[in-house]
Design a binder for this molecule. Structure first.
Ligand SMILES: NC(=O)c1c(N)nc(OC2CCCC2)nc1O[C@@H]1CCC[C@@H]1O
Length: 329
């Protein structure tokens, strides 16, 4: 017989869910945990016990519900409400300068740039309804993706409930941290399994799992970088949007910088290229965006990509190294 009455259990469960979701926000988004892992585990286990004796009180936003019970037969298709665009590329300083000159002609507004690290993972879309995570999908071909909600629910950096009851879609890059990648390949190698070539492939393979307990074991993470219907977010720039996303509970990359000249943008690409190896996740370049949404709208889009953004790509040194070795052997 349960110690507590259903009413007491209900109250305690609500308190624990709020506390545990807050701790996850502090840990994954603010990077400032307020309690130890041990304390988190104790409260998590208390919630599990209460939910076991009162299963009718289990809700989808409970941290105990991240791993789905069933193995899916396949993934259903998802039509994106608006296309998940790609990015034009620049491979050197000259092409970066040409990007700047090209868009300077398309607006009289002063051009402030925001530079974001280009996370080398998988682009995904997350839909929230009244603050609840209700659907996750891959980018697919930009218009149609696959519903991978069950797998994205296992990503602890994705909140199952936002700090505000917002209804909107956010997009970002789901990735596998370098340390998780090394550990995964070591484990697989020991079991005689094929290893992954890079963290991006490992993340993609993990999100393609039909059994979400496998995805849960892969320690994936995420950085969000865009959202629909800014109106309710009341933001005028990309930088303000990213701050607002963090405020409502979503994880954004802290290495972003604002610049008023393309020369400073170029210097930033060189600064990051030099410290890329120290980052705990793979990046394949820098995404440079016009910061003000009003200027973005004026500059506009091509069919596939925004004119107001470009990806400056680092040279893929690993690939070159491998090719060079083969030439010599
Ligand atoms: N990989 C990234 O870190 C990244 C980013 N920081 N910001 C954007 O902005 C989008 C929004 C408008 C068009 C591109 N896209 C990114 O990655 C995209 C996913 C699909 C193509 C690019 O790689």
């Amino acid at each position: 017989m349960a110690k507590e009455s259903p009413a007491e259990a209900q109250e305690r469960i609500e308190t624990l869910k709020t506390l545990l979701n807050r701790y996850s926000y502090e840990y994954y988004v603010l990077d400032k945990p307020s309690i130890s892992d041990k304390e988190y585990d104790q409260q998590y286990q208390e919630l599990e016990r209460l939910e076991k004796t009162h299963p009718e009180l289990i809700t989808t936003d409970s941290p105990t519900q991240r791993i789905g019970g069933t193995i899916l037969p396949g993934f259903t298709k998802v039509q994106h409400d608006s296309p998940m665009l790609s990015l034009g590329n620049a491979f050197n300083q000259e092409e970066l300068l040409q990007f700047h000159q090209r868009i300077s002609k398309l607006t009289d507004q002063p051009l402030q740039y925001i530079c974001e690290l280009k996370i080398d993972g998988l682009a995904v879309s997350l839909k929230y309804e009244n603050g609840l995570f209700i659907q996750g999908a891959t980018r697919g071909d930009g218009n149609t993706g696959e519903d991978i909600t069950q797998n994205l629910r296992t990503v602890k950096a994705i909140p199952l409930r936002l700090n505000e009851p917002l209804t909107f879609e956010v997009r970002g890059e789901c990735y596998m941290p370098k340390a998780s990648f090394v550990q995964l390949n070591t484990d697989r190698d020991e079991k005689g399994l094929e290893i992954f070539a890079n963290p991006r492939n490992a993340a993609a393979g993990s999100l393609r799992q039909l059994d979400s307990s496998v995805a849960a074991s892969r320690n994936l993470s995420i950085y969000l970088y865009s959202a629909t219907n800014f109106e309710q977010l009341v933001v005028e720039t990309q930088d303000a949007l990213l701050n607002r996303l963090a405020q409502v509970g979503l994880r954004t990359n802290p290495e972003r910088r604002l610049f008023d000249s393309i020369e400073e943008v170029w210097a930033f690409t060189e600064e990051i290229a030099a410290k890329r190896k120290e980052l705990p996740y793979d990046i394949d370049g820098i995404v440079i965006k016009v910061n003000a949404f009003a200027a973005q709208e004026e500059i506009g889009y091509t069919v596939k990509a925004p004119r107001w953004a470009i990806a400056y790509k680092f040279k893929a040194e690993e690939a070159e190294t491998i090719v060079r070795d083969i030439e010599w052997t």
